[in-house]
Design a protein around this ligand. Structure first.
Ligand code: CA
Ligand code: CA
Length: 179
């Protein structure tokens, strides 16, 4: 499906694509109001226009899916996404693909790590953010990277306490079973 018009969903869902390997291309001036549900198998969403406007979330469902930004300068502030657009990769090895190289991307995009599987990206001076959850792989013109290469994932302070607590518990159990 190639969209260069406006797709507006009733009841909040703009597109429900179900079982197949689906590709949605958003061309110049395309806009989607509502959620996109890709469902099972390997789906692809291509942003290929200067003013792709979104309001709603994108759920890629299961399968190895791809969110691709093509033919778009990240710096131009041409992004017209609503304040925050949430994009869920779901199960499977999901890929974020950009036409720039990795160094250029890091220069032009502000990355915030929200939790171990959620990264917020802010492009150039645009106010909008894209929040990616459960994406595993990044593809740039100079190669493939892990999502975690974007920024180190901070370990929550409580996690260390919990881990040392679990360690202590394991030792206690071992002692008990010996006795
Ligand atoms: Ca899918
Ligand atoms: Ca995934």
């Amino acid at each position: 499906m190639r969209n260069s018009g406006v797709i507006t969903g009733t009841s909040g869902i703009a597109m429900d694509l179900g079982l197949d390997d689906d590709t949605v291309e958003m061309a110049d001036f395309s806009a989607v109001t509502g959620d996109i549900l890709f469902g099972e198998r390997m789906d692809r969403l291509v942003i290929d226009g200067l003013t792709g406007a979104f309001s709603g979330s994108v759920d890629f469902g299961t399968g190895d899916d791809v969110f691709e930004v093509a033919g778009l300068s990240l710096m131009d502030g041409d992004w017209m996404f609503d304040a925050i657009t949430e994009i869920y990769g779901g199960a499977g090895i999901d890929t974020l693909s950009f036409s720039t190289d990795f160094a250029t991307f890091l220069n032009e995009v502000t990355v915030s790590v929200l939790d171990a599987v959620t990264y917020a990206l802010r492009f150039g001076d645009a106010p909008a953010q894209l929040v990616f959850t459960d994406f595993e792989t990044l593809r740039f013109s100079d190669g493939t990277y892990a999502m975690s290469d974007l920024a180190p994932v901070p370990l929550p302070a409580g996690l260390w306490l919990m881990l040392s607590g679990l360690g202590g518990f394991a030792v206690m159990r071992r002692r008990k079973s010996v006795a």
